[in-house]
Each structure stands twice: as C-alpha cells, then as structure tokens.
Design a protein around this ligand. Structure first.
Ligand SMILES: *[C@@H]1O[C@H](CO)[C@@H](O)[C@H](O)[C@H]1NC(C)=O
Ligand SMILES: *[C@@H]1O[C@H](CO)[C@@H](O)[C@H](O)[C@H]1NC(C)=O
Ligand SMILES: *[C@@H]1O[C@H](CO)[C@@H](O)[C@H](O)[C@H]1NC(C)=O
Length: 386
C-alpha cells in the first residue's frame, strides 16, 4: 500500500450553497480536515489532544471560508526544513555525462514507443519491471510534465501532430524526408525546448482554442500537448519526495545492481492534449497514469533513464536503467484536470512549486542509446528474456 497523498478539504467551489449535496460535502470536508488535524497532532508532540479537537471543530466551522493555500504556508504539518524533508533539493545528486565517455552506455529514455520498435543498445539480460508498479510496492514519488512529448509514437505523438505552437520535425538521424514538416516550434528566449505533438488538435474546434482560466498550473495552454511523468520507487518512505533517487548518492547508486534498479524504480508516462471541455475531466491525476477506457491500455515497457532537456544524444543521464511504462496513445484531457492536479500538488508536504509548469523535452533518443529489451506481452521477445 502506498501512503496516501496528503489532502485538505476539497476546493471551496464544491461547498457553494447552490450545491445540492451541501450537507454531504460539508461533512466529508470536516472528516478530511479531522484526519489532517489528527496527523498534525501526531507529528507535533507538543499538541495536546484537546487542542487538536478544538482546532478540528473551529476549523470545521470556518471550513467554507479558509484559504487552504494560505493555511498550508503557516501549518507545521507542511513545514519542510531540511530536517523534516532530507530530500529537499536532492533532485539530481550527480551530473549527466558525455555518452561517448561512458565505457558502457546507459540506456536512455524517452525513446520511440511505437509498437514493434526495438532499440539498438544491447542490454544483455536486463529486463524492465513489467508488473503494475503497486505489485512491486512501488509508490509515486513525484509528478511533472514536459512541453510536447519526449517519447515518440507513430500516429499518436510524432512529427505529424500539431498544436497552437506547431510541432518539431522528425529527427534527422531517424533519416527520411523532412520536407513538408512544420518545424516552427516555440523555442523563444523564455520557452523551454519542446517535443512532439499529438494529432488531436483542430484549430476550428473551440475546445482546442478557448482559453482556460488557470488557477494553479503555470504557463499552460489549451490545445497543447504535454507528456506527464509519474516516477515510482520502493525507496520513498514518504509520499512525493523530490524525485526517484532522493537520498541516493552516486556511490550508493553504483553499488546497486542494474536489475535491482530496474525492479525498484519505474516511471509512468502518458501524453495528453489539453482541451477546454469538462466532459474530459479526470479528478485524480496526481497518483499515476490514468487507467480508464482507452487510457493506460496500450503500454510500451522498456528500460531507460531520467529525461529532460539537460540530456540529449550527446549528454547521457546516469540515472539508469530504470523501468518505463509508457502509454502509446495520446489522450484528450480537460484543462481543469491539470489544474486540479496542480492544486493537489500545492497541498503536498513537499514543495512542488517547481513542477507546476511544463519542463523542457529532450530530443528523441537515438536508436544507439535505446535499449533492446522492449516488452511485448504475448510476443516471442517476452520469452526471449525471461
Ligand atoms: C519508430 O519506430 C517505428 C516502429 O519500429 C518506426 O516505423 C519509426 O520509423 C520509428 N520512428 C523514428 C523516428 O525512429
Ligand atoms: C516558419 O517560419 C518561417 C519564418 O519564420 C516562415 O517563413 C514559414 O512560413 C513558417 N512555416 C510554417 C509552416 O508556418
Ligand atoms: C536518507 O539519508 C539520511 C541521512 O544520511 C538517513 O538518515 C535516512 O535514513 C535516509 N533515508 C532513506 C529513505 O534512505
């Protein structure tokens, strides 16, 4: 069982008087506030239990008018001194390295996840963790996303997709004819490096073009494609630490066997086009890939590394080999779903303020740096490696 993500009462809007479930909503919110208060009491030994219950009842009385983000700022429960959260700032403990300088290249992510794709980097007997992460006691430790997709899935998110800011071309190393591709992507001064777009975008359909009044996410745009990553790890003692390798120095990391790492650390990847349409609302994006109807069904599994625009086909991430489970399909999702996730992120004990906007995407992993252990359930390759 993963520890629950921290939560405070639902956003104020569900408590509006016109809401027909006002009573139910209020008592639910009271209960969750009580839970939060009990946890607060448990973590702060100086709180007597009567203080705690006083706090709970007065908190319930004002629950309809409290600005919870303000209360987070002043709450002991969320205090993050280095003592409380020794992972603060420990996102990446060691630097990336020139791939050419590595004796044995580390398999990189995000690669081509099209069905049938197999990388050229022979990783021997190394296999990805093909089970649902919870079955290996792996819990989500972070969520963040990239502008455009880092991964590449033919006909889903590739150079033929589009969005309000265009797309990027097929990489030259992947050969073939680039003519006719719109390569006018958004690489301005204040922009992050972007990735591939999905094929859903239609500039004549209002749901892709109507601006959304974002309350919690930063710099996001309706119609755009984002690739969301949920790193999971067995190592996290608390939910939502600052990343997969929190507390792991390069020294410790190096003592772990490659297979141990691939078994214990994994990332969910899922790609979305944002629409301004509430019929695409999913309330719970913070805890992992969405699995519902077509979502989370067609999964590509392989071993790779951490990603981001600091790594490339020249500069390799040494945080490898970790498991990747990536949804090959691109899905539409409402802007409000992302905004709800950003709200939930602000509620975490960990300071996730650096992750409320899209990060840059790395260039597509060259075949030479992509592992050859893609897992295809039911295919010959499955038995090849097990
Ligand atoms: C991705 O893999 C598919 C299937 O192997 C292949 O057809 C396609 O050309 C690849 N795309 C790139 C950019 O390498
Ligand atoms: C891309 O930008 C160039 C110059 O900024 C412009 O001439 C060209 O028409 C643009 N291409 C597309 C497909 O928008
Ligand atoms: C992380 O490191 C600190 C200090 O070295 C140690 O006290 C703590 O137990 C470690 N936590 C985990 C989860 O490994």
């Amino acid at each position: 069982m993963c520890p629950p993500t921290e939560s405070l009462p639902a956003p104020i809007k569900v408590l509006q008087p016109k809401h027909k479930f006002l009573i139910g909503a209020l008592s639910l919110s009271t209960i969750s506030f009580l839970v939060a208060t009990i946890v607060l009491a448990a973590t702060n030994k100086s709180n007597s239990s009567s203080e705690a219950s006083n706090a709970a009842s007065s908190a319930a009385a004002v629950s309809a008018s409290v600005d919870f983000l303000t209360s987070k700022a002043s709450s002991n429960f969320f205090a993050t001194s280095d003592e409380d959260n020794f992972c603060a700032g420990a996102k990446l403990a060691f630097d990336n390295k020139l791939c050419a300088d590595l004796e044995v290249p580390t398999p990189q992510a995000g690669a081509n996840v099209t069905k049938g794709y197999v990388g050229d980097l022979d990783v021997g007997d190394l296999v990805p963790n093909t089970k649902p992460y919870w079955q290996s006691s792996m819990c989500p430790v972070n969520v963040h996303w990239h502008l455009g997709s880092e991964h590449y899935s033919v006909g889903q998110y590739d150079e033929t997709g589009n969005g309000p800011n265009g797309n990027i071309p097929r990489p030259e190393w992947a050969n073939r004819d680039l003519s006719g591709t719109d390569s006018n992507a958004t690489e301005g001064e204040n922009q992050v490096q972007d990735g591939f777009r999905c094929l859903h975008y239609d500039p004549n359909d209002a749901k892709f073009t109507t601006p959304y009044n974002w309350q919690h996410c930063e710099g996001m745009e309706v119609g755009e494609t984002y690739e969301v990553h949920w790193p999971h790890s067995t190592a996290g003692a608390y939910p939502f630490y600052d990343g997969v390798f929190c507390n792991l120095t390069l020294e410790t990391f190096s003592t772990l066997g490659a297979q141990d790492i691939a078994n214990a650390v994994g990332v969910h990847g899922q790609v979305f086009t944002i629409v301004n349409d509430e019929s695409y609302f999913y309330p719970d994006m913070i805890r992992g890939m969405i699995v519902d109807k077509e979502m989370g069904k067609d999964i590509h599994i392989y071993t790779g590394s951490t990603t981001g625009d600091k790594v490339s086909n020249e500069m390799c991430s040494l945080y490898a080999p970790i498991t990747w489970q990536v949804d090959r399909k691109c899905h539409m999702i409402s802007a409000s779903s992302f905004d709800k996730m950003c709200y939930d992120m602000k509620m975490q004990r960990d300071d996730m303020s650096d992750d409320l906007h899209a990060h840059g995407s790395r260039e597509l992993v060259n075949d030479d740096l992509a592992a050859n252990n893609q897992y295809y359930p039911g295919s010959v390759r499955r038995n090849l490696r097990s």
